[in-house]
Design a protein around this ligand. Structure first.
Ligand SMILES: NC(=O)c1ccc[n+]([C@@H]2O[C@H](COP(=O)([O-])OP(=O)(O)OC[C@H]3O[C@@H](n4cnc5c(N)ncnc54)[C@H](OP(=O)(O)O)[C@@H]3O)[C@@H](O)[C@H]2O)c1
Length: 299
């Protein structure tokens, strides 16, 4: 992790132990930042061959008590099961409730729980109105975590991007689609700002600043055409032609279509103004410049 980023964050108290369930794209980045700040971190994956698998967690296997022993912080980055149950609570509710040292429990959720606001802003006081099945399941999992009465904090995330998972990959492999749906915007967040927010919120939580739900989103909800056009410009690559949404939707997967059926702007004032988090990548332009520079480094 870039030391200029690490320097922005305060360390956690000595002997902090963070257990991350679901060390995928965000989980690995959060683990990385926390380790740079001196925290002992253990990250789960479903297969031991996967990168960064410190232990295996899946719904088929029992977890040894050792993993949670002495844990001070727990974060789940795992999506709900198809029946709406939370995999971590399903397997570990009792162990978590018996963990005496837990100071903070985080759950990565999605802003999909707000549903479709037809382009309107949503903040943490907006009443959730999930419409997609996966968002309904997500909202159920949020409730399951809240009902535990653990020191829980829910981070609602919009589209996650970062090095290795941004519009550059589709631009370079020729799968970019320039879908034109006037008025449609998407909110997004760079993965480093998820990591930064987690560490920032953990420290605030111990000072009694502990809102139950926090949106973690950048400052600039934007139309996808603007984002792709900007990426193509910095990569000096050509763009495919634009396709009207009404035509593009005929060939979309149900999952892709579901994203285009909702239109909302995610307000980050609680995180960035009231709590005082300073975004590393405040908008897609700064974030994409970072993704492109990491692409060049890794080439
Ligand atoms: N991607 C987005 O744009 C987006 C937007 C909003 C919210 N979210 C949510 O935010 C969280 C983090 O997102 P991400 O993109 O960083 O996630 P990701 O890369 O897909 O990683 C998800 C992690 O969860 C683990 N996992 C999935 N199902 C599991 C199960 N049933 N049992 C045990 N482990 C399981 C995966 O295990 P393996 O490592 O073994 O694969 C992986 O480590 C997720 O809950 C995601 O749904 C994502």
């Amino acid at each position: 992790m870039n030391q200029n980023i690490v320097k922005r964050f305060d360390p956690l108290p000595p002997k902090s132990k963070l257990i991350i369930f679901g060390g995928g794209f965000s989980g690995q980045r959060i683990a990385n930042l926390a380790r740079c700040l001196g925290v002992k971190v253990l990250c789960s994956r479903r297969n031991k061959e996967s990168e960064g698998a410190d232990f295996i967690f899946n719904t088929e296997k029992e977890l040894s008590n050792e993993i949670l022993e002495g844990a001070t912080h727990v974060l789940s980055c795992i999506p709900p099961l198809l029946n709406g149950e939370d995999p971590v609570l399903l397997k570990l509710r009792t162990q978590l409730l018996n963990s005496k040292n837990l100071k903070w429990v985080g759950y990565l959720s999605t802003t999909g729980v707000y549903g479709n606001t037809k382009g309107g802003w949503v903040n943490e006081n907006t009443c959730p109105n999930p419409q997609q099945k996966r968002s309904i399941r997500r909202f159920l999992c949020e409730k399951q975590w809240i009902e535990t009465k653990l020191p829980i904090q829910i981070l609602r995330l919009p589209g996650i991007y970062g090095p290795g998972r941004s519009v550059f990959e589709s631009l370079f492999n020729g799968t970019t689609k320039m879908i034109d749906k006037p008025g449609q915007v998407f909110s997004r967040i760079h993965v480093d700002d998820i990591a930064g927010s987690v560490l920032f919120l953990i420290n605030l939580y111990s000072q009694g600043k502990n809102p139950l739900v926090v949106n973690v989103s950048d400052n600039l909800p934007t139309n996808n055409l603007e984002v792709i056009t900007f990426a193509a410009k910095i990569a000096q690559t050509s763009l495919p032609s634009t396709i009207p949404f009404e035509i593009a939707k005929k060939e979309m997967s149900p999952m892709a279509l579901s994203f285009w059926q909702e239109n909302r702007k995610v307000d980050n004032k609680l995180l960035c103004e009231k709590l005082g988090y300073s975004l590393i990548y405040p908008d897609f332009k700064s974030g994409l410049k970072n993704c492109f520079s990491e692409l060049k480094i890794n080439k």
